[in-house]
Design a protein around this ligand. Structure first.
Ligand SMILES: [Zn+2]
Length: 445
């Protein structure tokens, strides 16, 4: 088979089996589990990989899996990610009634598109004609949530980092992967020309996270507040002080700081003595969000000092900015255009959200296209995937065709992309950079 015949075989196989991958996505929609708790989803995907006869490892970063498909000749390895995790969004129409876990970011479709790739490449004669391997990277915990819970797993040495892809890098899961890709959903009603199906080339903010605890002194809130130190007042002043930094951030830094109070006191009749917060500090460059993080620390400290409380600040490494490989993007676009039409593909600019695909993009050539398959507000209680065919079938087809291009002809295209990659960081440099971000500080009057 020549290149075009190989792609045609992949597409025909996907058309035959598309229903199975759609069923997988819809099953996962109804069994949502947040990051590092995806045991049921992990078992379900393991069963699907077994049914496809694909060898895999499991238990990676607690719930992750890695399947491997091997071509006819040796060559580089292309990894395809599918994220296992949900968010927690009470009131979402597909939320778990007890845990409120809900797929409000569309990750359930990613497992579908990953299995679509796998089934397509199983078309007779396809793998034999490729030089290299395809790693199916079923990864936990893209959403950086439940920081206290994950920090607990860290103190039990079950994790070192709080995002799934960083853990994959640390565990060596990515050591034999040379190029990576995945597809994420987006809202159909996005800012591009109406009817746009796909977006490529976005660069996303990076971020760090902070866990904060204000420590005051409890006393009778009515009878003797003068004997107490009000940690909630410290937190309120700190929040105002953070807001007072905002005019100092440049537009091109795209700084986003969005704290929440996770504990506001203990009982209403006591002066709050233990008040806890979490926040992200995001920005378009590492330098910008690290500098903004220092301003946040200053503001937190000011809140504590104002009322005579103390504050503990834990700084936690998050995700690096996303930088997508341009050559890989063009190969992807040439294939996706055959599926949706070139005029339905948007060139995306900067995005102020973050993803741990950013981390992967710093250490190897990577792409993270978006498919406009959903309606509602991402991470909101109305974010629902409408166009499963686009999110699962078309997304899978475009990635599978791209993989054929990369690994055909003795993997010439993949090899040249790997050779030309000007990565931000080496893998070991990346890990030591993350470790250096961890810090614990206490400020007392
Ligand atoms: Zn997401």
């Amino acid at each position: 088979m020549d290149l075009q015949e190989t792609k045609a075989a992949v597409l025909a196989q996907i058309d035959r089996r598309a229903g199975e991958a759609l069923d997988v996505a819809k099953h996962i929609l109804n069994t949502p589990e947040p990051g590092f708790r995806e045991q049921g989803t992990s078992r379900f995907v393991a069963q699907k990989l077994s049914e496809l006869g694909i060898p895999f490892e499991d238990g990676l970063a607690l719930t992750g899996l890695k399947g491997m498909m091997t071509g006819g000749k040796s060559g580089p390895t292309v990894g395809v990610f599918g994220e296992l995790d949900s968010l927690i969004v009470p009131g979402h129409p597909f939320a778990d009634p007890e845990t409120h876990a809900a797929h409000a970011c569309g990750h359930h479709t990613q497992i579908g598109s990953l299995l679509t790739v796998a089934m397509g490449l199983q078309a007779p004669g396809v793998l034999e004609s490729l030089a290299g391997r395809v790693a199916l990277l079923v990864v936990p915990a893209e959403e950086f949530i439940e920081i206290e819970y994950r920090d607990g797993l860290r103190s039990q040495s079950k994790l070192e980092f709080l995002g799934g892809k960083s853990e994959f890098v640390k565990l060596g899961v990515m050591d034999d992967v040379d190029i990576a890709m995945m597809t994420h959903t987006e809202n159909q009603d996005w800012r591009y020309t109406p009817g746009t199906k796909l977006g490529v080339g976005a660069n996303n903010n990076g971020m760090i996270a902070k866990r904060i605890q204000f420590n005051g002194v409890a006393s009778h809130a009515g009878g003797s507040p003068h004997l107490g130190v009000n940690a909630l007042n410290a937190a309120n002043i700190a929040l105002m002080a953070i807001h007072a930094q905002r005019e100092t951030f440049r537009d091109d830094e795209s700084i986003r700081i969005h704290p929440i109070i996770t504990k506001g006191g203990t009982v209403v009749s006591s002066v709050p003595a233990d008040v806890r917060m979490e926040t992200f500090v995001r920005g378009s460059t590492i330098e910008s969000y690290m500098a903004a993080g220092k301003k946040v620390d200053r503001a937190l400290r000011a809140g504590a000092m104002a009322v005579g409380a103390s504050v503990d600040i834990s700084t936690i490494p998050g995700y690096t900015p996303l930088a997508q490989d341009e050559t890989l993007t063009e190969i992807y676009v040439s294939n996706a255009a055959q599926l949706v039409g070139a005029d339905k593909i948007a060139r995306m600019g900067h995005r102020s959200g973050s993803t741990d695909m950013g981390d992967i993009s710093q250490i190897m050539p990577a792409i993270h296209p978006y498919v406009a398959a959903a309606t509602g507000k991402a991470h909101g209680n109305d974010y629902v995937v409408l166009d499963y065919e686009l999110a699962v079938t078309t997304a899978g087809k475009a990635m599978a065709m791209t993989i054929v291009d990369l690994l055909f002809d003795d993997a010439q295209r993949a090899n040249s992309i790997v050779r030309d990659f000007q990565g931000g960081m080496t893998r070991s440099g990346y890990l030591s950079w993350l470790r250096d971000i961890y810090s614990e500080e206490t400020y007392t009057e």
